[in-house]
Design a protein around this ligand. Structure first.
Ligand code: C5P
Length: 297
């Protein structure tokens, strides 16, 4: 099944929520509403969380997560399902659901795990509760849920994000990318990283040049100067292990950057085989979570 897929199995609905990596993230301004204007090239990867929806007690949304600290009422999965359940007609308003969320995507890592889970829950909730909602309404709800959520709810394999992250520009990425992901196991707060960031005007052609090189099959250090993340310094000031993880990846001779607001860093390998070999060597050197992932076909 596709990393974005879902299907009914008996009386359960199983749905998948993939992670993303940001290859660039430029913060270009601070807005009156407290958010930041940004420009970011994002790519979906095949590292996925799983949601399983099954019948629950009347009127309840009951979440269980394999990561205990995410078993909270403000988990975006619960918020998303509440948003959908509010649209139930009065005669069905006692519908309930039990959700099991199996996390594989590290949280607080800048890999979009929480946003992807929430976006997946919006779509799955629509199917589960059989609520009438067109794709435009789904997009609107996702933008309320979080800045990254429209990207996931639209199920793109890559996009250029603008505005506070909710505006999606299409991009052409017709090549697979093999990533090595290193997460120092220290979650960082997105809000705190943005608070410490100074917006800068930046060149608008970075993403175009990066995509051209990637589509030409370039996977070496020529990419490095284009992998810019304006949140890196503020994130390192909160979590110095990010800088060490980045040095370790670059020490393997591959271009690397931080994803989102961190704390995961991501390197672009030549191919799957070299990604696996680098990940193996890094696991011997570092106590961090290290994995490999691919962009979608
Ligand atoms: O939109 P979301 O809830 O995911 O964002 C989390 C926090 O990150 C926001 O409350 C805000 O402090 C910060 N943020 C920002 N500018 C953005 C996106 C997020 O300042 N474009």
């Amino acid at each position: 099944m596709s990393p974005f897929g879902s299907r009914f199995l008996g009386n359960c609905l199983v749905a998948y929520a993939p992670a993303k990596v940001n290859l660039t993230l430029r913060v270009t301004g601070r807005r009156a509403d407290g958010y930041h204007e940004l420009r970011s090239l994002v790519v979906t990867i095949d590292l996925v969380d799983t949601l399983v929806l099954s019948p629950g007690s009347a009127g309840t949304i009951d979440l269980r997560v394999n990561v205990p600290e995410l078993n909270r009422d403000d988990n975006l999965v619960v918020t998303a399902l509440r948003m959908v359940a509010q649209r139930l007609s009065p005669d069905r308003s006692d519908a309930g659901v039990r959700v099991y969320l199996h996390k594989r995507i590290p949280h607080g890592a800048g890999l979009g795990g929480g946003s992807s889970d929430g976006s997946c829950a919006l779509r799955a909730g629509r199917d589960w509760f059989a609520v009438r909602m067109n794709d435009g309404e789904l997009y609107e709800l996702s933008a309320q849920l979080g800045s990254d959520c429209p990207f996931f709810v639209e199920r793109r394999k890559a996009a250029l994000l603008m505005g506070r992250g909710e505006r999606l520009m299409p991009v052409r990425l017709d090549t697979r990318l093999d990533f090595v992901i290193v997460w120092p196991r220290v979650p960082v707060s997105t809000a705190e990283v943005f608070r410490r960031c100074q917006p800068v005007k930046s060149e608008e052609t970075t993403e175009e040049r990066l995509l051209a090189l990637l589509n030409d099959g370039v996977r070496d250090l020529r990419l490095q100067s284009l992998l810019k993340n304006d949140l890196l310094d503020p994130a390192v000031s909160l979590c110095p292990a990010i800088g060490e993880a980045l040095d370790a990846l670059r020490g393997m001779g591959i271009p690397a950057t931080m994803s989102g607001s961190g704390s995961a860093v991501v390197g672009i390998a030549q191919d799957r085989e070299s990604a696996v070999a680098i990940a193996r060597r890094l696991r011997q050197q570092l106590p961090h979570f290290v994995t490999v992932a691919r962009s979608l076909e």
